[in-house]
Design a protein around this ligand. Sequence first.
Ligand code: SF4
Length: 354
Amino acid sequence: MNGYNPGTMGRGRTMAELPRLVAVETTSRCNAKCVFCPNSALRRDRHAMAGELFEKIVEECGEFPLRAIEPFLQGEPFCDPEIVPRLEHIRRRLPRARLRLYTNGYAMGPKHVDALAGLGVDHLYVSLNTLDEGKYRQAMGLELGRTLANLDYLTDPRRRGRVARRITFRMTRLGDTSLAEQDRFLAYCRARGVRPFIVGLFNYKGDVCSTLPVPRYGCEHVHRLDILATGRVALCCMDQDGEYGWGDAREQSVLDLFRHPTARRYREMHTSGRRRSIEPCGACNNFWPGFRGMGIARALRTGLEYGAYRLACRPIGRKAPAGPSGETLAELRGRCEAAVGTAERTRAHAQDRG
Ligand code: SF4
């Protein structure tokens, strides 16, 4: 087993030194232009991951007990013409790892759905966001009718359970997402036998506008490994261009990348309660808590802080829009574009200063 020697580490250390999840960006291309996702503002080339590199990564994931793998990062998996053979390859080589797939569903037509049936996907997430045709077009740049036709095919009771053990439809709640819209979404999911998940907008470490505050507690994303289509490692899924990443899967093994000194430094800052002192985490409002590698006292404190955050901000679930009419998509897009510009100027300035 490459680099994996549990005998030299205590149980806690072993868990902390293995990624809980490896995310592999099989493609950085996307067919949507979501207002809440930085993909449309990517500063890197859009392309699929080379087959050889993909197979190297999967092979290395088999050298330690990996809990979960997600062949997805910033792109849309079904924009990758090789996605089905890649999923089959993962299932063959990593039979014990949970396989989770995220898609907007637009290109996941009947042919793809049939190919997924029986393949062994554990959890399929579909980013649907709204059932309002106009808002869908404005928010995602796609036509809702085609997505809904695909989802009808997917959720047909004759095939739903064969495509994935669990299916979740996700709604990202924007400033003007009304309660009626959320209720319609919930009813739609119920009628199709899938799990609904409504969540507030993340700010992608300051690159996307979101009103949710930055938590104090450590983030769970430092316990995963995110590999971009080029092979370069990103800090996490919020680091869309990999500007805070380290190392390259073309040259280093998956475990060496996870145990890289930079990765360890991020984990250490988060597990010791110093998230706010490290860039870019001090500006990121991802609210999922990380408990790994913490002592009991710190873990308890993190749990309490997370509970307080959930109560105060209600980032998950049905929630009334922020203002009397909420923020419109056009306003949000304008603010996001301005924020991306400001974030880029700040980083360029920091680089100029060396
Ligand atoms: S706090 Fe944000 S930027 Fe930092 S690791 Fe977590 S998700 Fe990534």
